[in-house]
Design a binder for this molecule. Sequence first.
Ligand code: ASP
Ligand code: MG
Length: 443
Amino acid sequence: MKILKFGGTSVGSAARMKAVAALIQGDEPKIVVLSAMSGTTNALVQISELLYQHKNEEAKAQIDALHHTYKQVATDFYTSAEKQQQANELLNQHFDYLRAFTQDSFTTHEERAVLAQGELLSTALFQFFLEEQGINSVLLPALNFMKIDENEEPDTAYIAANLKAELAKYPETKLFITQGYICRNAFGEVDNLKRGGSDYSASLIGAAADADEIQIWTDIDGMHNNDPRIVKNTYPIAVLSFDEAAELAYFGAKILHPSSVQPAKQKNIPVRLLNTMQPEAKGTIITAESEGGKIKAVAAKDGITAIKIKSGRMLLAYGFLRSVFEVFERYKTPIDMITTSEVAVSLTIDNARFLNEIVHELEAFGQVEADQEQTIVCVVGDFMEERSGAALKVFEALKDIPLRMISYGGSKNNISVLINTPHKVDALQKLNEGIFEHNATNA
Ligand code: ASP
Ligand code: MG
């Protein structure tokens, strides 16, 4: 069994979806996981915001506009009048459902139901197309097996048991279509795996079905060694380890949702990143093994806040860091980087929602400074094998950039530095010249 996940741009129009249908030909058993058509989830988020603000007329206008877009998709997608009608009936149901929310006040529970419409639509429209083509496939409702628990973590035992039960209903079927992103929560309500979560769905499904391979299809030819929007001459990385991929995904490589590596790693299922626009390109394969001793890639994550706590009480004391960490724990705010000296500790967070509360509580321990508009630049590779000199290459390249924090040795896969965001472009370009162009001439 293979899992193939197609992102929003890969299903962004009737033509793109037809290309996906061509890519999933063949007798090998497959579960195809689809995102919403590109732009749809953003539109649903906007509609929800309007509904929260009681701007119901504006919300209705946006729902009508989205409905109009989808009617065009239905026109382009099917050749038979019968399928067009079937698709339009489906669209009417979904959009009337959305319009019903413009009648009264709006709740978070209803918002999640609104956000689920994108994936429900893309998969249903796609299934109609396969039917019209005479391709034998079954549309599996993700809401029947995908579930998160009370901590919003996937309930993997439930997912495995229920996915297997769904699959067992169709012993003759080789091709299954299902929704990414959407799930039920601990109360049985419709919920989701957070923005970009379709990759995570694919990986959870792969782990639950003991798949041979998980393929993530996007519109770029794999994970690149640096940010292609900022640096010229980037290239796809052929092989990454699970840990390297997780670091890159977390620290800014937009191509893969960071949580999606874990379920695949646990079951040791290779993840392949492939390009629908260039299906023959090799892309990136993420596996347990990787080439040792190499710097693989650079990624950057913006929107970071650095917090420094200076305290005489830290000197020779134990339990100090625990008290500091507990403050973050109370506000459910993860810490990314941390550096300490004998009298101060600096750390970073990317969710500044409770910054004021956190700073206020930390002031009980000493002097607190918070700096926003910071960027983590993360260099990923296999540094243990490199033995010596890897860090030197990184810092030589960054010699003209002011560094606010440095983190090395936390894992063998990562050297991270924290810089002011305005220095990011320069830092990524300098690292490219210092590491990869150097690699290229040595190759
Ligand atoms: N449609 C959802 C989003 O736009 C999930 C996904 O595409 O992965 O965030
Ligand atoms: Mg995505």
